[in-house]
Design a protein around this ligand. Structure first.
Ligand code: MSP
Length: 645
């Protein structure tokens, strides 16, 4: 039997599954089903990327061992795919002992062939986060905690990536479809042409990882470990090389450069094809954890089911390009194409067959015109699916459905039934047969995209064999048997009322976010409020360093004559003499309420005059638009003059 092996990336366990992961995984599973329909014995793998310092730390934050933590999140992924009816054949985790064994084998093969050496690695390291900051220069701050990084040198194992420049370029040349789409291929080629530097593949600063054989001070670092799951997932099954790695565009370099280089170094076969798709945006905005606008799949599943989502992702997004996601758009697509389109055609056709032909598909060859269009649609659908242009494939099929719709109106079966003439009855047979046959063909072709709903339609058509047993090559016009009794059934795609469904999805999404945040030990964020001022422009640590904030003690406080807003304060900052500060806090604080308080003062602000009084600094207070200021203070005692940074 022909075999086909395809993969999704293995997902990091620092977040539970969101719509981006779901996208790749749903697409991959559609391809797996499509290949099965062509008679292939298919294996689809996914999994989780579980090593590294960040995971170790995340586990600690929720009082779990790294293994307990990764078990929990890997479980979230496996459960999500299961609930979304995504059939995964092998789920590989980087903490699996079979994987560990494979990574070590890859390393040893690379070492034996002279492509690994020990060298010293110098990078910017954040002592507080215990992490290297990639691409940082000496003195740069840590992006996580903002503290300055330190230049640290450690001994590492290096992979001789630089030795593969020519071989990689030859690979892209000889196998033009190795990296797709074309835009990504070009990006990869120009990257390789610009020169490759050797790659550090181990760390001594990390504990949570796969130890390097015979040198377990070191653990393997990220990609050497992660990419090897593609092999360990099918170890002992004689499945390697993979036919297709489906990935997002942000990890194309690792897949198209590092991975083939590692394999060439080991002398192992290369995967056949890498396809990098685009990113999903939410309401046209980049999704990210920090923005808090990640969309999770389970709320969508609960409100409208997994198939409307899957259909949307395949139909609406041009595979390879970025695409937008919004709850409204998913429902709009569903109502237009599935409820009003396919679903309505099925319901009308079956009801006419029941009413006019006693529930039996009439005997007829069907309309030659519709048959011709159906043949073209099969071919176009096939071509589209083969090159992973799902939206094109689906479009071709929906053109056939609208042709059928128009033909039904032209034939007007409701008139023909009233005409006893044999030609009229023959015409009625022709259109009813054609309609049922188009539905059968469309249903069979859509099996990989809408597995559950097509199975229902299949049963309603009264098809004797199982839908999965239909192979693509055997699908031809005219196979529907005249005389076949159609089954019963309710609408397969009931209309969804957008307003309440969208509202419900937002509500469940907020709950799901809170649940997932709790899993990874994050306190729920306060709900965004409209009266909170938008975030100011990003500044560097140096910009911040220019602001000198000091702890001050309020020695005296008086109302400013003629103003009900201002207090005149004398504040001790530990300098020779107290500062004179005019503060707009009189509406919120009486003079005696601030007397003797420790406050925060912007101490290097240019002095200015207010109501004839010099103000030599500004007092720091929290305030909402239109609300009263609340002075910043300290829970513990602090010395006067201490700087805040
Ligand atoms: N662990 C690495 C991959 C190792 S593969 C050997 C990783 N993990 S990840 O959790 O960040 O997942 C990245 C993948 O998730 C992307 O390549 C893509 O498949 C999918 N997506 C994540 N966010 C996405 C969008 N917003 N849109 C579409 N897919 C995205 O990188």
């Amino acid at each position: 039997m022909k075999r086909y092996y395809l993969t999704t990336p293995i997902y990091y366990v620092n977040a539970a599954p969101h719509i981006g992961h779901t996208y790749t995984t749903m697409v991959a599973e559609t391809v797996a089903r499509w290949k099965r329909m062509q008679g292939y014995d298919v294996v689809l793998t996914t999994g989780t990327d579980e090593h590294g310092q960040k995971i170790e730390r995340a586990a600690k934050a929720v009082n779990k061992t790294p293994q307990e933590f990764t078990d929990l999140i890997a479980g979230e992924f496996a459960t999500a795919w299961d609930r979304l009816s995504i059939r995964i054949d092998r789920f590989m985790r980087t903490t699996d002992p079979r994987h560990e064994k494979k990574v070590k084998e890859l390393f040893q093969a690379c070492l034996a062939n002279g492509y690994v050496y020990k060298g010293s690695y110098t990078g910017q390291y954040c002592v507080s986060c215990e992490l290297y900051v990639n691409d940082a220069k000496p003195g740069d701050p840590c992006p996580d905690c903002g503290r300055p990084t330190e230049t640290v040198t450690e001994e590492n194992y290096y992979f001789k990536l630089s030795a593969f420049q020519e071989r990689l370029l030859a690979l892209y040349e000889q196998q033009p479809d190795f990296v797709q789409p074309e835009s990504r291929r070009n990006e990869v080629i120009s990257f390789v042409k610009s020169g490759l530097t050797d790659l550090s593949i181990s760390r001594t600063t990390i504990k949570w990882g796969i130890p390097v054989p015979d040198d377990d001070k070191h653990v393997f670092y990220v990609w050497f470990d992660a990419l090897t799951t593609y092999m360990s997932a099918v170890e002992g099954e004689d499945r390697w090389p993979a036919d297709l790695h489906l990935i997002g565009k942000e990890i194309v370099r690792f897949h198209a450069i590092y991975w083939p280089a590692f394999l060439m170094a080991a002398g192992w076969p290369l995967p056949k094809r890498i396809f990098a798709h685009g990113f999903l945006l939410f309401d046209n905005d980049k999704m990210s954890k920090s923005k808090g606008n990640l969309v999770r799949p389970l709320p969508i599943l609960e409100v409208i089911g997994a198939e409307p989502l899957r259909y949307y992702l395949l139909r609406e997004v041009v595979f390879g390009q970025d695409g937008n996601f919004s709850y409204d758009a998913v429902i709009a697509r569903y109502n237009a194409d599935l409820a009003n389109g396919l679903g309505n055609l099925v319901a009308r056709t079956l009801s006419m067959i029941r009413q006019y032909r006693d529930g039996k598909v009439p005997v007829s060859a069907g309309s030659p015109e519709i048959a011709g269009e159906a043949r073209k649609a099969i071919a176009a659908y096939r071509d589209g699916m083969e090159v992973l242009q799902f939206s094109r494939a689906l479009e071709a099929l929906w053109s056939l459905l609208s042709l059928l719709d128009r033909s039904i109106v032209q034939y007007a079966p409701w008139k023909l039934i009233k005409d006893a003439a044999p030609e009229a009855q023959e015409k009625l047979n022709t259109i009813l047969y054609s309609a049922a046959e188009v539905i059968r063909i469309a249903t069979a072709l859509l099996g990989p995209v809408l597995p559950q709903s097509t199975a229902k339609i299949w049963a309603q058509l009264g098809m004797p064999e199982a839908l999965e047993s239909v192979t693509l090559d055997s699908l031809e016009w005219g196979q529907l048997a005249g005389g076949q009794a159609v089954g019963e059934g309710s609408p397969v795609f009931p209309r969804i009322e957008a307003g309440p469904a969208v509202e419900k999805m937002f509500e469940l999404e907020a709950q799901e976010k809170a649940r997932q945040d709790a899993l990874v030990g994050k306190a729920p964020a306060a709900a965004p409020r409209s009266d909170i001022a938008p975030l100011a422009e990003t500044i560097t640590i140096d910009d911040f360093g220019k602001v000198d904030l000091r702890v001050g003690l309020v020695l005296s406080a008086d109302r400013v004559k003629g103003s009900d807003k201002l207090l005149h304060l004398k504040v001790d900052l530990g300098e020779d003499k107290p500062r004179s500060i005019v503060a707009g806090i009189a509406g919120a604080y009486a003079p005696e309420q601030v007397l003797g308080r420790k406050v925060v003062i912007v101490a290097n602000l240019q002095p200015r005059k207010l109501r004839g009084l010099e103000s030599q600094g500004m007092i720091v207070a929290a305030s909402l638009e239109g609300g009263s200021p609340v002075l910043a203070g300290f829970l513990e005692d602090v010395p006067v003059g201490a700087r805040l940074k």
